[in-house]
Design a protein around this ligand. Structure first.
Ligand code: ZN
Ligand code: ZN
Length: 167
């Protein structure tokens, strides 16, 4: 996809979700992030997309990246900030984006791993798994997210195919 095509597609979805005049689109040269949503003073301001990474991705993934960032922008409009927690996931699902985090190119390559271990509080993904059996569920039940601590930072396994937590 060309940069012009990328901008056109992003404008289409921004318009669809009522954000067209509020958000600037930047095509950047970042090599580790597919897309980034910026905000300031509790309002979404800019979506940056990587012209290095996106043109190499299949169309469905480009579209998903755009919707992922739009979900962040809608989330910011609601509560003034955004991360990958359940609130963002609900918005992502409602607009047709996969409710999963894949913030960088190494994460993308491992995206075929069906399960991701993530913090239920902030959504940070600590590892990816191809299988989620009783052993890994038990092991992760004892671990905690470093940023959120022992009280809030419970880790749970998210099934990216079913878009649901494995219990
Ligand atoms: Zn994100
Ligand atoms: Zn956390």
């Amino acid at each position: 996809m060309t940069n012009a095509g990328l901008i056109k597609l992003t404008r289409f979805y921004l318009r669809k979700h009522g954000l067209l005049d509020q958000i600037e689109i930047k095509i950047g040269r970042r090599k580790t992030e597919f897309g980034t949503c910026y905000w300031k003073g509790g309002k979404p301001t800019r979506i940056e997309l990587s012209e290095v990474l996106l043109p190499r991705m299949p169309f469905a993934d480009v579209k998903d990246t755009i919707l992922h960032e739009i979900a962040h922008a809608l989330d910011v409009k609601k509560r003034g900030y955004s991360n990958h927690d359940w609130r963002w996931k609900l918005i992502a699902q409602s607009i047709g984006a996969r409710p999963v985090r894949y913030g960088n190119s190494s994460g993308y390559r491992r995206e075929s791993a069906r399960y991701q271990v993530e913090c239920v509080n902030c959504g940070t993904v600590t590892r990816r798994l191809f299988k989620a059996g009783a052993r890994s569920i038990n092991a992760n039940a004892r671990r905690r997210c470093a940023a959120c601590g022992p009280e809030l930072g419970k880790l749970q396994i998210f099934d990216t195919e079913k878009s649901a937590y494995v219990l």
